[in-house]
Write a protein that binds this ligand. Structure first.
Ligand code: HSE
Length: 397
């Protein structure tokens, strides 16, 4: 019998306990022994089938030699960071879906895990149930990864889909996403692009091999997005999606950011809807590879966590290929990237042409919506200074 503990019993923790119970036979067949949740750390005891396993004393887990894997499902940094360090120091594998902790402290926790000869695995921290970190670090290992981008937040993708398809109000769509267990405890992290920002940092850390600090990454969410832009874009053959993007720069550095983009409707990302996420990896040998699936929710996220539990137990002694250097000096401003830009201005086509030369007009009805040619973000800012800008977004090439 292999025993594990779960820290926290919210959406992810509950899902992990359910997957371990519901898929017990299948998991046992693969591990060769039954897997059992022995202890669950909670702040407040809850009635239900798992009540007997609950404790509010972390020491009972830390000092229990029978517990080999700890699933950290607390979220946030403070307590999660402390307990993760203590569990790893006690020689236990740790598995998590906590993107904030991995994005901020992952490098340090991975070196502690290495020192203690155990695994720190976090497949569920990016893309919910989509296998993406394993493919990135294993299946794509023979590539130089030049770019990673995609729809990385299920809550905002769900909100955008509901608003476009049914004309739902932003606040109603957000409430639905919360009720379905997609949103963070504080949904500001979803809505303002911070959750997607943490995920693109983790992807960039692994893809480029050095630390990309969330505090350096510009993050813009969907809270200021206007339905008018969504409609103008749609009429012109584009969809509006919140993308996280990380790019290897020509000089050897890299950049990353999160922002809403116009996506041509023929791009596979354009049809990614509801809670679904999609991540594109561009390797120098493979070209583009796309990963698609449910990016949030109890059971998809738990599936990735439990797979990591099994992986931790089966990797002997530990997985070595996951990690990156703490050096964060190669980060460049994403304004250096070239892309086409969408503008909606209070002004005429002549105003647009005076600022940018030739532009592609999307709509003209008092306001003017247009696309520029390829241009750096810095030039787009400089050249648009004289315009009365109502909105501005990058366009996915
Ligand atoms: N709040 C996150 C999302 C959960 O909506 O994508 C999964 O990381």
């Amino acid at each position: 019998m292999i025993q594990i503990a779960i820290l926290g019993f919210g959406t992810v923790g509950t899902g992990v306990a359910k997957v371990v119970a519901e898929n017990a036979r299948q998991i046992e067949r693969k591990l060769g022994e039954p897997l059992q949740v022995k202890t669950i750390l909670v702040r407040h005891f809850k009635d239900g089938p798992f009540r007997q396993l609950m404790t509010d004393d972390f020491k009972r887990i830390e000092e229990d030699g029978d517990i080999r894997v700890v699933v950290e499902a607390i979220g946030g940094v403070e307590a999660a960071y402390e307990y993760t360090k203590r569990a790893l120091s006690a020689g236990k594998h740790v598995v998590t879906a906590n993107k904030q902790l991995v994005a901020e402290k992952g490098c340090e926790l991975l070196s502690l895990a290495k020192k203690k000869n155990v695994n720190y695995l976090f497949e569920a921290s990016v893309g919910g149930g989509i296998p993406i970190l394993h493919p990135l670090t294993q299946c794509m290992a023979a590539n130089r990864i030049d770019e990673v981008y995609g729809i990385l937040n299920g809550t905002t993708n769900y909100i955008l889909t509901r608003m476009v398809r049914t004309g739902a109000f932003f606040s109603d769509a957000l409430r639905e996403a919360q009720a379905k267990g997609y949103a963070e405890a504080d949904p500001t992290a979803d809505v303002e692009g911070i959750d997607a920002g943490r995920k693109i940092c983790i992807l960039a850390d692994l893809a480029f091999g050095h630390q990309v600090n969330p505090e350096n990454v510009p993050m813009e969410g969907v809270s200021r997005l206007s339905l008018r832009d969504v409609k103008v874009a749609q009429r012109a053959g584009y969809r509006v999606k919140l993308l996280g993007r990380a790019v290897r720069m020509p000089g050897g550095g890299c950049t990353a950011y999160v922002a809403p983009h116009l996506i041509p409707e023929e791009s596979p990302l354009a049809s990614v809807e509801d809670v679904f996420n999609a991540v594109m990896l561009r390797g120098n040998a493979t070209g583009e590879v796309m990963f698609y699936g449910r990016g949030a929710g109890e059971m998809p996220t738990a599936s990735a966590c439990v797979a990591d539990v099994m992986e931790a137990l089966q990797s002997s002694p530990r997985r070595e290929e996951i990690g990156w250097s703490a050096d964060d000096s190669g980060f460049e401003d994403p304004l250096e990237l070239q892309t086409r830009y969408y503008f909606r201005i209070e002004g005429s086509l002549t105003d647009a042409a005076m600022a940018f030369g030739q532009v592609e007009v999307l709509s003209e009805d008092g306001e003017t919506a247009f696309l520029t040619d390829l241009i750096t973000g810095r030039d787009a800012l400089r050249q648009s200074k004289s315009l009365n800008i109502l909105s501005c977004m990058r366009v996915l090439a």
